[in-house]
Write a protein that binds this ligand. Structure first.
Ligand code: ATP
Length: 226
């Protein structure tokens, strides 16, 4: 059976999350203590309920523990967020994901057993900065501090070259995981495949090496001998 989600708190973040899951075909229960928030989500979730999530009996009655993942997206009212998480943990919800307002809130959530803590504003800020300083980086996942998987649009200086010619692993210390070309994803790129304009590379490596490659690919740095 597909994963069932419940989202508690239907503010901007919670409603976007619940709506996206619903559009993707998942079963989503949206919960908010305010009637207008519940009304706004009637057509964007499988079910919606007006419930105060700090009310343990109410959460028990609606069978919250039968959901595989419960996301607590209550922001400003930190006390309610913590209390809700505690109740969900007590009721035995298998996976609890909580939006934290700040580091201290995050620490408390970790202590009481939240499975995943998210900082949407902080993380989006970091993401936007990465994209502003290196516009060719379309998306990235942080694997460890300073090590990322990135999707990078190739620059004009490597159009027509092959992976063999570029020797990205030896010269930049990066691994090419895939190439997106004409909407197709090649997950095992061949050494002799030529890069075409518009290609996107999926690379893994240290951020300094990624930056070096990005500059080289755009002709910003002294050319390497290849
Ligand atoms: P966002 O940035 O996502 O809009 P926010 O960080 O400003 O949200 P709030 O507006 O404080 O966070 O909370 C998000 C939603 O959670 C609101 O719609 C609010 O009504 C709801 N909410 C707050 N406390 C509870 C509670 N105890 N039970 C259920 N819903 C709650």
């Amino acid at each position: 059976m597909a994963t069932q989600f419940a989202v508690i708190g239907l503010g901007r973040f919670g409603s976007s999350l619940a709506g996206t899951l619903y559009e993707m075909g998942y079963e989503v229960l949206g919960i908010d203590s305010k009637e207008e928030k519940v009304q706004e989500m009637v057509n964007r979730a499988t079910h919606v309920l007006q419930v105060d999530s700090t009310d343990e009996v109410a959460l028990k009655t609606i069978g919250i523990r039968n959901f595989d993942v419960v996301i607590v997206a209550i922001g400003e009212d930190i006390q309610s967020s913590i209390l809700t998480t505690l109740i969900l943990k007590d009721l035995g919800v298998p996976r609890i994901v909580v939006k934290a307002q700040n580091e201290l809130h995050g620490k408390v959530l970790e202590k009481i057993g939240a499975d995943k803590i998210i900082y949407p504003e902080r993380d989006m800020g970091i993401r936007v900065v990465h994209q502003l300083i290196t516009p060719n980086i379309l998306d990235y996942i942080e694997l460890a501090p300073n090590y990322n998987i990135v999707e990078i649009a190739i620059g004009p200086d490597i159009v027509g070259k092959t992976l063999l010619e570029l020797d990205i692993r030896a010269k930049f210390g990066l691994n090419v995981m895939a190439i997106k070309s004409n909407e197709q994803l090649k997950i095992a790129p061949q050494a002799n495949d030529q890069f075409q304009e518009g290609d996107i590379l999926v690379l893994v490596g240290h951020i300094d090496d990624i930056k070096r490659f990005e500059e080289y690919s755009n002709g910003k740095k002294k050319k390497l001998k290849i």
